[in-house]
Design a protein around this ligand. Structure first.
Ligand code: SF4
Ligand code: SF4
Length: 423
């Protein structure tokens, strides 16, 4: 038995088969089968380890798991489902050779700032030429259903603006906090303007903001696809990048990246030097909402007379356990009528690249989420993760709603935030 399978197998014994997790699991709800429930997946891992099922039998149920971790929030015996899932993915990854496209995506594309900038620049060109308006009228589908996303992409900044961004910002001396900003891959290529808003909010709060040059992808996609060695390599690069200066916090604005980074210690052997460095790193990782609430340096003067609902990122809720700070910030904005979702903890179906590689299943899950969103009558749907943001934009388009989906930081910028001490 491989090491990964042994680790997953040992953890399956914590499951007492109670089934409390079933109503929390989006794939159990939409696919209506035990195989696509947390309990069913755990059983399957046990059966593979005991030789009662083949490794290939794991493939479909594990690939269709969102990795949302809603099941862990209701489990009475605290089953470490995340570790079971990642080890099972590793077993699957070891059992088949990587294709060329997969190798390119995981080895070259996602870890590379150059490729991310190229993606942003290519999308800008695509938008400038108007090609984004005709892709969904083409008689054929683009790979990975990309035509569904073409006309919901935000407006891209020009390559010149992207290049002009500084690596260090300070307005108030002495700064109230010194933060290292983790810019992310998709956030920095597709949602560059939201990263600009994040920097601006921190500056107006009185913080010094530094963007360490050698930071890289957080490694979440790699870890969740069974590519643990690459995830470790990326974690080491980020830990070293943010050790270059003494930051009070390492701030991120993407729930998925934040969750991965606070879990860096689990990638290293306890007692090792890297484990200690990872603990020190992860203790300083904070979502932007936590830092803005803690500094409390902004006053919002422009009322937003709208109904707003907040779609929390699963990784922020169940892994980072950051629930209140985004809501606390929204409550500070005058005029907002905050309408909470009936089931905020139900995944939107984005889940990394799930909405690309499991598109139909993702859309079934999105349809359930959108029933809830529609009932709020929201003018703006606010979220804190690039995947959720794209998925909400897609859901709004599918439902024909007259609403917008925005990142929390962009909503806050609409309310004209000013430094508290200057008012
Ligand atoms: S991680 Fe989400 S989709 Fe996967 S089993 Fe748990 S609740 Fe279901
Ligand atoms: S709630 Fe926990 S113990 Fe119960 S079936 Fe689900 S994973 Fe197993």
């Amino acid at each position: 038995m491989s090491n990964s399978l042994k680790q997953a197998y040992d953890l399956t014994f914590d499951c007492v088969q109670c089934g409390y997790c079933l109503p929390a699991c989006p794939t159990y709800e939409t696919m209506e089968s035990e195989t696509h429930s947390p309990r069913g997946r755990i059983n399957l891992v046990k059966m593979v380890a005991e030789g009662k099922a083949a490794v290939q039998d794991l493939e479909e149920p594990m690939e269709k798991c969102l990795g949302c971790m809603a099941c862990t929030s209701v489990c009475p015996t605290n089953v470490q489902y995340g570790e079971i899932l990642e080890n099972a993915k590793e077993v699957l990854d070891e059992s088949k050779p990587s294709g060329r496209l997969e190798s390119f995506l995981f080895e070259d594309f996602f870890p590379s700032k150059t490729w991310m900038n190229r993606l942003g620049d290519a999308t800008w060109l695509f938008q400038q030429t108007g090609a984004d308006r005709i892709t969904n009228r083409l008689p054929w589908n683009l790979p990975l259903h990309l035509e569904a996303f073409a006309d919901i992409m935000p407006s891209m900044p020009s390559p010149v603006k992207r290049k002009r961004r500084a690596e260090r910002y300070i307005r108030r001396r002495p700064a109230v906090k010194k933060v290292g900003f983790f810019t992310g891959c998709i956030m920095d290529s597709v949602f560059f303007e939201s990263n600009e808003s994040t920097i601006e909010l921190l500056l107006r709060s009185g913080a010094e903001v530094v963007l360490p040059k050698s930071q890289t992808c957080c490694g979440a996609l790699h870890a969740h696809s069974g590519k643990k060695n690459k995830a470790i390599e990326l974690a080491k690069e980020n830990i070293a990048a943010f050790e270059e200066e003494a930051f009070d916090y390492i701030v991120e604005n993407a729930g998925g990246c934040g969750a991965q980074m606070i879990e860096y210690p689990s990638l290293f052997e306890k007692g090792s030097r890297w484990h200690a460095r990872a603990v020190e790193f992860s203790n300083r990782v904070k979502d932007i909402s936590e830092v803005l609430v803690e500094i409390d340096g902004l006053v919002f003067s422009k009322p937003i007379e709208q109904t707003i609902t907040y779609q929390p990122s699963c990784h922020m809720t169940y892994v980072q356990k950051v629930v209140e700070p985004p809501l606390a910030l929204l409550e500070k904005v005058p005029g907002i009528r905050l309408q909470e979702l009936e089931r905020p903890g139900f995944c939107c179906g984005s889940a990394g690249v799930y909405n690309l590689v499991q598109h139909e299943d993702s859309m079934d899950i999105l349809d359930v989420k959108m029933q809830d969103v529609c009932q709020t009558g929201a003018d703006q749907v606010v979220t804190s993760n690039p995947g959720c943001l794209l998925q909400m934009k897609l859901g709004i388009k599918r439902e024909g709603m007259d609403s917008e989906a925005v990142h929390l930081v962009d909503l806050l910028m609409q309310a004209d935030p000013a430094p508290r001490s200057l008012r």
